[in-house]
Design a protein around this ligand. Sequence first.
Ligand code: NAD
Length: 391
Amino acid sequence: MQHLGVLKEGERRRLVALTPAGVQRLGKQLRISVQRGAGRGAGYSDEAYTQAGATLVDSAEDILRQCDIVLSHDSHYRSEDVGTPKTFIGFFNVLSEPAVVESYRKPGTDLYSLDLIPRTTLAQAMDVLSSVASISGYQAVLLAAERSLATVPMITSAGGTLRPAKFLIMGAGVAGLQAIATARRLGAIVRAYDVRSASRTEVESLGAAFIEVEGAVEDKKAGGYAVEQTAEHLERIRQTIHQEAVLADVIITTAKIPGRKAPLLITEDMVRSMKPGAVIIDLATATGGNCALSEPDATVMRNEVTIMGPTAIEGGCAHSTSFLLSNNYSVFIEHLLKNGANAEDEILRGTRIVKDGVLVNERMLALARPPQAAASPSGNGQAQAAAEKRS
Ligand code: NAD
């Protein structure tokens, strides 16, 4: 029986990649060790892990020394730890940070990164990105509501009637749609924009109004993701959004393009024209930000507008996020155990970054090719430069 080790994550997110229920589920096929305290930050006690059948070990070094498969959501292994043949599974942001892969280019080492899971029906249950995005969208609304000087729903009381808050959501993917749904549940009036025309029906089905900006570039080959827009179209978006921003009490931005810098949608000029007391939550600061003034993990005040750029907001609901992640990782590990020998398996081919120490992932290899050869929509100037330096 193979031995799976679950590492304690970094302090920032307080998440755990496998909950006691996950241990119980995978325990039929694997022997499982969990680093002591791994679930504490997310509300899962050491006792719950032992009751579920796991063995507790004291340190990350013990996990790395003893286990065949090592699971951790955050990519925080050190190069020197990855010494012995192992399968590593986690969420490594490999397109944005390709250098992270270097530690795993050692004979006998395999690396699977679930940020590259294909967006297919079969892979949906393993989609860690989607779980994190969903919680982030929800949390962003709560954060904005908490920081806003105004209430969100319409409230009628003896002192008069408070009008419902106006929310503007930029980017209607997983995080944006969850933000729309949460803001609507709180009673806000919500307007939203996305460059993917397919998102219009989803936005409208949640009771929000879709903002029309004609001329967006879409690419069917991009796997359901957005592609980079022309400078003209970005300018057209900004002009339309400027008028929307003036009216908004809250703006939540979630616009991203895989492997590229996030599009700049909210300019300094727009912030200057917003109402005093308005709040902007930028969920894209890890990849450059959608707002010109936002900073990763910082709160910036400008003209009495609060601008926040949290990069690990999902850690605020660590118990629930870990529940979702644990289900995602459990399904993935079961899939790996069943299909590991099948070189053609789409899910494993998509997420396998390193095989026996060799970089094998097609999307990562495309980054390493010169720009004209790498026609992938996920190409990234920075990442390309790093990958070229490496090869
Ligand atoms: P994402 O996090 O990469 O981007 C967030 C959103 O920003 C996207 O909707 C994107 O279109 C939008 N965006 C990009 N540039 C923009 C701009 N200039 N202006 C406005 N919006 C902009 O995307 P995501 O949330 O991961 O979802 C992308 C797609 O993948 C969606 O269609 C989603 O339904 C789909 N999806 C599929 C699966 C699956 O089938 N397994 C799982 C999750 C998501």
